[in-house]
Design a protein around this ligand. Structure first.
Ligand SMILES: [Zn+2]
Length: 305
């Protein structure tokens, strides 16, 4: 089913990364810059992430001995130093996730470059090293993002959805390892009901939501793939949901042959396999099109096709 499965370390069947995007209340200020402070219930729901969920998540990871990746907007790093310190103290990876979850597709190249670099500086101050991975806020990877990431020496991106397993995103100036996800492994569709964020889904019972995530994992395990959870502390870190995550981790461990790793470790592993010649990741050449695709609806032109 997967044409060229990655040879995972120690013969593992599947690589697993539970990534957590700690957006906290950045998304509310972005959505409602004029009156976010009066939306107190929504603020409290989002602050639950760094204040309550992150300590819970870290405790679980410590119990299972897992090191994972947290993508955190730089503004949140500045606002919630205790949560970020705790994440770093436990040896987890800090990935780039915009400054205040801004949408790169609504900004020009210069603005995108400014916020990318400003956020790199914040991450560097907090962690002592530059981020090596990036996930675009709300998957808003723009047509400048790949070039800017290569320019800033990022190793991998985790915003795109072009394969089941890691692949190479090739730009004119260099390569990125793409660690792809998709909406089926994101926790917003099954759980998020937040009118203040203009996103209201009927909330799914945690065991049912986990059926979706587990089905994705089982298929990846079966075919030698890569499973990534794209989750959020304020969403999946809620009590009943995180209890189910705990059970899912236990399920994965019981199944065996699973390599739990940070996104950075997975990207490095793919590059190492490609370098020693034993493995050829699929290459996606960027940009996909040289110019905008416009199909004329003029019947006369259609006739002379
Ligand atoms: Zn986010």
């Amino acid at each position: 089913m997967i044409k060229n499965p990655v040879p995972w370390p120690n013969g593992a069947r599947c690589a697993v990364a539970i990534t957590l995007d700690m957006d906290a209340d950045s998304i509310l200020h972005l959505e409602h810059p004029d009156d976010s402070l009066s939306r107190v219930a929504a603020l409290s729901m989002l602050r639950y992430g760094p204040e309550v969920a992150v300590p819970r998540i870290l405790e679980t990871y410590r119990r299972y001995g897992l090191k994972q990746t947290f993508f955190i907007p730089a503004w949140c790093i500045e606002q919630y130093p205790a949560a970020v310190e705790a994440i770093l103290k436990d040896g987890h990876e800090l990935g780039h996730h915009g400054y205040i979850h801004e949408n790169p597709n609504e900004a020009g190249r210069e603005d995108q470059e400014y916020w990318l670099q400003r956020s790199i500086a914040v991450i560097e101050r907090a962690s002592g090293r530059r981020p090596r991975g990036y996930r675009a806020p709300l998957y808003n990877f723009s047509d400048h993002t790949a070039d800017l990431l290569v320019q800033e020496s990022f190793v991998y991106d985790a915003s795109l959805m072009g394969d089941d397993i890691p692949y190479i995103l090739r730009t004119k100036d260099g390569d990125l390892v793409e660690l792809p996800g998709h909406w089926g492994v994101d926790d917003w569709p099954p759980y998020v009901h937040a009118p203040d964020l203009n996103f209201s889904m009927p909330i799914m019972a945690p065991p049912r939501a986990m059926e979706i995530f587990r089905a994705e994992f089982d298929a990846q395990w079966e075919h030698g793939g890569f499973w990534v959870g794209i989750w959020h502390p304020f969403v999946s870190g809620r009590l009943a949901r995180w209890c189910e995550v705990d059970r899912l981790i236990q399920y994965m461990l019981d199944k065996g042959g699973v390599w739990f790793a940070t996104m950075e470790e997975i990207a490095d592993h793919v590059l190492a396999c490609a370098k020693d010649g034993g493995y050829s990741p699929r290459v996606d050449a960027w940009p996909y099109y040289a110019e905008p695709v416009r199909v004329t609806m003029d019947p006369k032109l259609r006739a002379v096709r």
